[in-house]
Design a protein around this ligand. Structure first.
Ligand SMILES: *Cc1c(COP(=O)(O)O)cnc(C)c1O
Length: 366
């Protein structure tokens, strides 16, 4: 606290990212990074951009990211004007909150933003930052998103928008594309943002719905399925009018959110479809084995379509399990709130060797 702070700063509730430990011997299964390296073409593209010396770094990067946006558009059958890129999808999401999800009624009262009660914990942080009123909608007893409840609550509260991850985080549960379409059709005058950070690990993407639904914005990241958490690239796709709103906010904030190395590296990653296919298949295979082994140890494991599993053991509190794993040099994520998930652990799917180390440790603990 300081008198130098702008009043807003006193109100913020910053997001706390998962630990990035300095110790290198740990089995790190806490922040959903990909256990496999990015496509070798990413490194080649970055080296080519540097061209043996760093002279090109004198020059600003392309502020419109034309080549990268064209690659993303081609991959997903979109027009380049339907694609926006940013410095990680967290930045893309932040711009979406400001540009598309902050609405007031004619009498000046806030129109809330709806999201599930158990979801990505950056959403409440952005609400504080931008002065948006959040309205949570409970998941059902099986931790699934209830589209009927979202529709009813949106109408009852005059909500200004809806956001959720698909698959949801930290549950890993996916929502069928037909259900998302039902939501878009029921709420045609509100923006629905679908945060598809984990969609490549087995869920149905909403991208094919963009053509018919001007109220849909789909957000992707290269941090998870493309193994590039360290490069910081994310994108949004939607009809050109929605994308234009994001561009207006971005160009009021930072003209160059992606540097030269990120632009070429991301483009190489997007274009190496075979690498994506190979690595995500390996992760999904490890996930199925991990789910089976955890179930054998007595865990309740939610069905996951992501690169992590969300599990609890009926006889062991979540905090104690996390601590016992840590003592064995394995780190996983544990959320103390909401209470309903206080005994769950969110465990990133690692390599087969990392998964085996986890299962061995849990076998000793439980
Ligand atoms: C990891 C994650 C992101 C953020 O990804 P970055 O592109 O690394 O900023 C966004 N949404 C959800 C649900 C995530 O889990």
């Amino acid at each position: 606290m300081s008198p130098f702070w702008s009043p807003l700063v006193h109100q913020l509730a910053p997001y706390v990212p998962g630990e990035q430990p300095k110790l290198t011997h740990l089995v790190k299964l806490n922040t959903n990074e990909n256990p496999y390296p990015p496509s070798p073409k990413v490194l080649a593209a970055i080296q080519a951009e540097l061209g043996g010396d760093a002279a090109r770094l004198r020059l600003y990067p392309d502020p419109t990211a034309t080549a990268l946006r064209a690659s993303i558009a081609t991959l997903h059958g979109l027009a380049p004007e339907q694609v926006f890129v940013g410095n990680g999808s967290d930045e893309v999401l932040a711009h979406a909150f400001m540009a598309l999800l902050n609405h007031r009624a004619e009498d000046g009262s806030a129109r809330p933003l709806l999201y599930p009660d158990i979801t990505y914990s950056f959403y409440p942080t952005y609400c504080r930052l931008y002065g948006i009123t959040p309205q949570t909608v409970p998941l059902d007893e099986r931790f699934q998103i209830r589209v009927d409840a979202l529709i009813a609550t949106a109408r009852a509260t005059n909500a200004g928008g809806v956001i959720f991850p698909n698959p949801n985080a930290p549950t890993g549960c996916g929502l069928a594309r037909a259900e998302i379409e039902r939501l878009l059709t029921a709420l045609p005058d509100r923006v629905v943002v679908v945060d598809e950070a984990y969609v490549d690990f087995g869920a149905e993407s909403a991208l094919p719905l963009i053509a018919a639904h001007p109220n849909l914005l789909v957000v992707h990241t290269l941090s998870k399925s493309r193994s590039l958490a360290g490069l910081r690239v994310g994108f949004a796709a939607g009809q050109a009018e929605l994308v234009e709103a994001l561009v207006r906010v971005k160009d009021s904030f930072n003209s160059y959110p992606l540097d030269r190395l990120a632009l070429v590296g991301a483009q190489a990653a997007i274009e190496d479809v075979a690498w994506l296919e190979q690595t995500r298949t390996a992760v999904m295979r490890s996930r199925e084995q991990l789910v089976a082994e955890l179930a054998e140890l007595g865990f309740d494991v939610l069905p996951s379509q992501a690169n992590f599993v969300f599990a609890r053991h009926p006889a062991h509190p979540g905090a104690a399990l996390q601590q016992a794993l840590r003592e064995r040099a394995i780190i996983v994520r544990h959320f103390t709130r909401p209470e309903r998930i206080a005994n769950h652990l969110r465990i990133t799917v690692g390599t087969p060797a990392e998964c085996a180390a986890l299962v061995d440790a849990l076998r000793q603990i439980v």
